[in-house]
Design a protein around this ligand. Structure first.
Ligand code: PLP
Ligand code: COI
Length: 344
């Protein structure tokens, strides 16, 4: 049983929350190999009380979206890159790699089976896909599990930040998210557990998000709990922080390509010092969930850094990037080869 029939959903008022859809994909790894996997209507998981995921957080996930295009197709955006990143996460957490093609097969099957839940073109909502893998068999000594599940479910979502495209206020965070040589570059559940106290505290203090610094020197900008940063300089260059401990965002990589090839801007991907913040005129958070959410102000221990784009609307370059990327995703603007993967 689903909680809501697709016909009863008000697409344009959706927030970023979980709504159960009818079908999800499950594959199991046992005895050293994956089964073929397939769709199920059962949204419940029964595992050992001592499962690797419960005891030692042996789990990683991905996030991507399915979109209804202007001409009535359903597409996903660069799912091959999510599959690649899932493989990197699995390898780093000593989980088995998926067989070739299984990730994309799961995306295809889940979107096709839940196609009524793909929000209509122009509604502002999308179908968010959540692939994940976890250790399901018992472990008590600290070691990788012997058995795993790979799952993928879908849930229709609206904007990640309430208020949609209203600029956010964020703070420089005193907690760290990822250590040098740690797991910041993969999508491990443990990175998000690390960030929960920091985000609850940020919200209590009236901030929308945390700006994490590099844990080693606390002088370079890393990312937020769920998105990479993108800055625009006074002379219109796009700058994104480079670090081994941030997640290589597919949205950020796509936006940099769009900036260069569609908008003719210069792009710099390099370490960015906290001290440089006041040189930028625009700031955005980029990710699948965040798309590109404008930041109006960063507060560094009481000192405010206000971007020239202000607190009322997206900056000019951020808006161009947003319009071009979402235009590509919704089929309004021609996409680079391989970016849109159609679901039949
Ligand atoms: N950084 C973190 C920590 C994230 O959780 C995400 C979300 O996936 C991103 C960045 C953005 O990555 P992507 O654009 O691939 O969704
Ligand atoms: C995504 O953008 O897909 C993410 O995974 C961010 C998440 C923390 C909601």
């Amino acid at each position: 049983m689903v909680d809501f029939m697709a016909a009863d959903l008000n697409w344009s008022s959706l927030g970023f929350g979980y709504i159960k859809t009818p079908y999800r994909f499950v594959a199991e790894y046992k005895g050293g190999k994956w089964n073929d996997g397939g769709l199920t209507e059962d949204d419940k998981i029964v595992i050992s009380e001592c499962a690797g995921v419960l005891q030692y957080a042996q789990t990683a996930f991905e996030g991507l979206k399915a979109y209804a295009t202007q001409d009535g197709r359903i597409v996903t955006f660069r799912p091959d890159l999510n599959a690649e990143r899932m493989a990197e996460s699995a390898a780093r957490l000593e989980m088995p790699l998926l067989p070739d093609g299984m990730f994309i097969k799961a995306v295809e099957q889940v979107v096709a089976a839940n196609r009524d839940y793909v929000p209509p073109y122009g509604s502002g909502a999308t179908l968010y896909l959540r692939p994940y893998m976890f250790g399901s068999s018992p472990v008590i000594g600290v070691k990788p599990a012997d058995e795993y599940q790979f799952r993928l479910f879908a849930t229709p979502v609206g904007p990640y930040f309430k208020g949609g495209v209203k600029p956010l206020t964020i703070r420089v965070c005193d907690f760290d998210r990822a250590a040098p040589h740690g797991t910041g570059h993969i999508k491990a559940g443990l990175n998000y557990a690390m960030s929960l106290h920091a985000i609850v505290d940020a919200h209590k203090q009236g901030f929308d998000e945390n700006m994490y610094l590099d844990a080693g020197t606390r002088t370079f900008i890393e990312e937020t709990g769920g998105a990479n940063f993108l800055f625009v300089t006074k002379d219109g260059r796009v700058v994104t922080p480079k670090s081994d401990s941030i997640l290589p965002s597919i949205t950020r990589r796509s936006l940099c390509y769009v900036a260069e090839k569609y908008l003719g801007l210069t792009v710099e991907h390099r370490p960015v010092e906290l001290a440089e913040l006041s040189d930028f005129t625009e700031c955005g958070l980029c990710g699948t969930a965040a798309v590109i959410s404008p930041v109006g102000k960063v507060v560094n221990h009481g000192k405010e850094i206000c971007f020239a784009s202000g607190m009322n609307e997206m900056g000019k370059v951020t808006k161009q990037l947003y319009d071009t990327l979402t235009g590509i995703q919704m089929g309004k603007i021609s996409a680079p080869a391989g970016w849109l993967y159609e679901i039949k």
